[in-house]
Structures are given as structure tokens and as C-alpha cells.
Design a protein around this ligand. Structure first.
Ligand SMILES: O=C[C@H](O)COP(=O)(O)O
Length: 253
């Protein structure tokens, strides 16, 4: 069951700072119907809350790079999105083009059908090709877990690590299902500590985010960034917004 439909209990552990949580969020601006004005608003939200990155649609990368220039918010984007059904050559081309127009992080969708076929070698080769095209920028590999058996998932996560991925990621947010607690735990125990786990799809509350973080997720794709961080600020009794006007002297952000 995805965290969106789970009744996640209220978090009763220690609360991280707003800045610590903001630095784990990729603010998602991927919905196909977003207008240019809505993308601008989303970029402003990412700057205000000082998220790790924005995750924008490919044609929005140049604008995101211009707006976020000089900030700590990275420009992320997607390749083979949302179905992963393009050719390897197309994914490599997309990656190279997006890097040259300012993308700093790449979230790619695997060829889901090939993984279900058991053709792990071609899935791994495709991820490796995108990693090469990304020229050192982190590549997050999206599995769309809801379509996969645990056997498919485990083989895919290992292939992503062998191909040089920086992250394994649960979902696009555009298919049935989304991030689940069971998948985060499976991802975390399948890949080595070198590879991070990103939860996306239905992570819309602070309680869901903190529970998935407890299970090993260290990055979150989210559209509900402001609600999550405002809730955290409220529970902490009025922390400044993440990084806010006062910033964090220990990090300089
Ligand atoms: O990061 C991927 C999705 O866009 C997340 O959307 P959501 O947070 O509304 O589920």
C-alpha cells in the first residue's frame, strides 16, 4: 500500500530541522499541464524552502537553471519520463542535451517491460549508458515498483548499482501506486550504502516522509513540499523556514 493511502501514524520521534528535511526534497514540477507561470511559482517555492533540487520537465530546464543560478537548489530533470519506453539512444541523447542546458541531476525511467522479461543485462546497459552521458551528475533510476515483483525489483536495484547509479527511486508518481514502506526497506537492504534511496509518489505528509526516512530513504520527490515543511516548522514551534532569511551558520546556506 502506498504511503498516500496508508494511515501513517503521527511521528513521535525526534524532529529533524526544517533545513535537514528541505535538503532531502526534490520539489516536483512534472505535471504535464503546468503552465509557465505555475513553473515559476514552483521554482520560487524551491528557493524559499531551500530544497535539494527541483525536478522539472525537460523543456523547463533552461528556465530553472537561470532562476536557480547561484542558489543551493539544484536543477533536476527527467529522462524517458514517465513510461521509460524510449530507446537507449533516445535516453542518452536526452541526457546529454539536458546536461548541456543546465541539468545537474537526472531521474531516468528504466525499460520496465525488459526488466519484467528478466532481461537485466539490457536494463543495466541502458542505465550505464545514461550514467556515462550524465558525465558525473547523479543519476536516479526510477523503477515504477508497482509493476514489478520483488524478484524483478531486487535484480533491477542491483543492476542500477552495478551501472553506477547514485540513487534507486520508487516511482514516477504518474502510475498506479507510489512509494511504499516495504519497497523502501527492500531497496535499502538490496543496494550498498554508496547508493541512496529516493521515495516518490504519494509522499505528501511530514509523517510519511519521516517514516520512509526511518526506513532508509534519503531523498524524496514531492509536490507537497510547502505543506510538509510548514507542518514541520509548526511542530518545532516556529523554526525559521528551511534555510530562511537567517540561514544556517554551520552550513552557510
Ligand atoms: O516526484 C514525483 C511526483 O511528481 C510526486 O508527486 P506527488 O508528491 O504529488 O505524489
Amino acid at each position: 500500500m502506498s504511503v498516500a493511502s496508508m494511515d501513517v501514524p503521527r511521528w513521535d520521534g525526534p524532529l529533524p530541522s526544517c533545513d535537514e528535511v528541505a535538503k532531502m526534497i526534490d520539489h516536483s514540477l512534472l505535471r504535464p499541464e503546468l503552465t509557465a507561470a505555475e513553473v515559476e511559482d514552483g521554482l520560487a517555492t524551491a528557493l524559499e524552502y531551500r530544497t535539494a533540487s527541483v525536478c522539472v520537465r525537460p523543456p523547463d530546464v533552461p528556465r530553472a537553471a537561470a532562476v536557480l543560478s547561484g542558489s543551493r537548489v539544484a536543477v533536476g530533470t527527467v529522462v524517458g519520463f514517465p513510461h521509460g519506453s524510449g530507446t537507449t539512444a533516445a535516453k542518452v541523447f536526452e541526457t546529454a542535451e539536458l546536461i548541456s542546458s543546465g541539468a545537474e541531476e537526472i531521474d531516468m525511467v528504466i525499460n520496465i517491460g525488459r526488466l519484467r522479461d528478466g532481461d537485466v543485462a539490457s536494463v543495466q546497459a541502458e542505465i550505464a549508458a545514461v550514467v556515462r552521458a550524465a558525465e558525473g551528475r547523479p543519476v536516479k533510476v526510477i523503477f515504477e515498483n508497482s509493476y514489478l515483483t520483488d524478484q524483478d525489483k531486487t535484480a533491477g536495484y542491483k543492476a542500477a548499482e552495478a551501472a553506477g547509479a547514485a540513487f534507486v527511486k520508487t516511482s514516477t508518481g504518474f502510475a498506479p501506486g507510489g512509494a511504499t514502506a516495504a519497497d523502501i526497506a527492500l531497496m535499502r537492504r538490496t543496494v550498498s550504502p554508496r547508493v541512496q534511496v529516493k521515495a516518490a509518489g504519494g509522499v505528501r505528509t511530514l509523517d510519511a516522509l519521516l517514516e520512509l526516512h526511518r526506513l532508509g530513504a534519503t531523498r524524496f520527490g514531492a509536490t507537497a513540499t510547502a505543506a510538509i515543511l510548514d507542518d514541520l516548522e509548526g511542530r518545532r514551534g516556529g523554526d525559521p523556514p528551511a534555510g530562511g532569511a537567517t540561514g544556517d551558520p554551520s552550513t552557510g546556506y
